[in-house]
Design a protein around this ligand. Structure first.
Ligand SMILES: NC(=O)c1ccc[n+]([C@@H]2O[C@H](COP(=O)([O-])OP(=O)(O)OC[C@H]3O[C@@H](n4cnc5c(N)ncnc54)[C@H](OP(=O)(O)O)[C@@H]3O)[C@@H](O)[C@H]2O)c1
Length: 323
């Protein structure tokens, strides 16, 4: 196939381009060239989606498939207009943040209610507006938490770096609460697979849920690390001003108020070819990447975590658990 990746110079877009090159496709990555480089074997074309004629460098070209990772509906519409009639199959990389109900467990992509679309709204609402710009024969790939080597967000990397250190680990919410993630390489492989088959419609692109306890224990075991988990409820984190999901002084795992976003029913995606590698493999590869690059990590520092553990010990109801 002739395949266009709008983006393709960082994390997911780059992994999609690399996978497509590996599958023997002729791949073009189109971006400004600020975030990084296209992978080896892919052609880079400089575009700027914020400029009125910013996609002119692709004028006259046709593609069997295109993948767009944009977050801004204006950029999406501009690209669809500029490439109208010249792309066989579109994939739009959206997010599970498009869903309105973040509490109910086991929801599916085809039936779950969406946020109201908004061009200027928060991330999820803007992604809904972007999804609406595509025809019914496009694949709407709603990714969950994307993890693995190269992750620029540092959220999964926090857990890998923390668990590799061993010892008592501050862990948020209930051990049996669900968590979901997708290795960037598995997501990229599925996006290319789906494009090859012309898959259409909305799919949640994330692995099946597992418990937090299994998530932490599996990673620790894979890293050869001895850890115990000190579970703390969200009220404890709020009392101590610990942030949710990302950023400095946070514990980067979703909390129970977004549990619906961590327990999606992905049977349809698995049936459509998503293959999920073992978590231990993702953990080991991420640690190797962190050691090689010092890649970004977001969350608590070792000193901040130690102070919170001391506060936890001082409170009633302390429940150590672990392997
Ligand atoms: N990380 C997660 O856990 C998560 C979860 C759910 C969904 N998602 C979705 O997954 C996707 C991640 O994509 P990604 O990893 O490839 O990162 P990204 O941050 O979406 O990549 C942006 C790409 O667009 C290019 N770009 C930015 N501004 C541009 C402009 N004005 N004109 C042309 N190109 C421009 C960038 O390259 P230049 O800067 O060089 O132009 C880069 O290649 C996103 O759609 C995100 O919403 C992520």
């Amino acid at each position: 196939m002739r395949m266009l990746v709008l983006g393709g110079t960082q994390f997911l877009g780059r992994a999609v381009a690399a996978r497509a090159v590996g599958r023997g496709h002729a791949v073009t990555c189109a971006a400004r060239g600020r975030s990084g480089a296209a992978p080896p074997g892919a052609r880079f074309v400089a575009i700027d989606r914020d400029r009125a004629h910013g996609l002119d460098a692709l004028r006259g070209e046709t593609f069997d498939a295109a993948v767009d990772v944009a977050r801004d509906p204006g950029r999406v519409r501009r690209a669809l207009a500029a490439l109208a009639g010249r792309v066989g199959h579109w994939t739009f990389v959206s997010t599970t943040s498009v869903y309105a109900d973040t509490a109910t467990r086991g929801q599916t992509a085809r039936t779950a209610p969406l946020l109201a679309p908004s061009d200027d709204g928060p991330y999820g609402a803007a992604k809904v507006a972007s999804e609406r710009a595509f025809d019914r024969d496009a694949l709407i790939c709603r990714a969950g938490l994307i993890v693995g080597p190269g992750d620029p967000t540092g959220r999964f990397s926090y857990w890998i770096a923390r668990l590799a250190r061993g010892g008592e680990v501050l862990a948020p919410a209930e051990p049996d609460d669900p968590v979901q993630w997708i290795d960037v390489r598995d997501l990229a492989a599925w996006i290319v697979h789906a494009a090859e088959r012309g898959l259409a419609g909305p799919f949640d692109a994330v692995g099946p849920p597992c418990t937090r306890r299994a998530f932490i224990d599996t990673c620790a075991n894979a890293l050869g690390s001895a850890c115990t988990s000190a579970w703390v409820d969200p009220a404890f984190l709020d009392r101590h001003g610990v942030g949710r999901e990302s950023g400095p002084f946070s514990l980067p795992l979703p909390l129970p108020d977004t549990i619906g976003d961590a327990s999606r029913d992905v049977a349809a995606t698995l049936a459509a070819g998503l293959s999920v590698r073992p978590l231990g493999e993702t953990a080991r590869d991420t640690l190797g990447w962190l050691e090689a690059t010092g890649g970004p990590i977001t969350g608590l520092t070792a000193g901040e975590e130690a102070a919170l553990l001391a506060a936890r010990h001082a409170e009633r109801g302390y429940r150590p658990s672990g392997p």
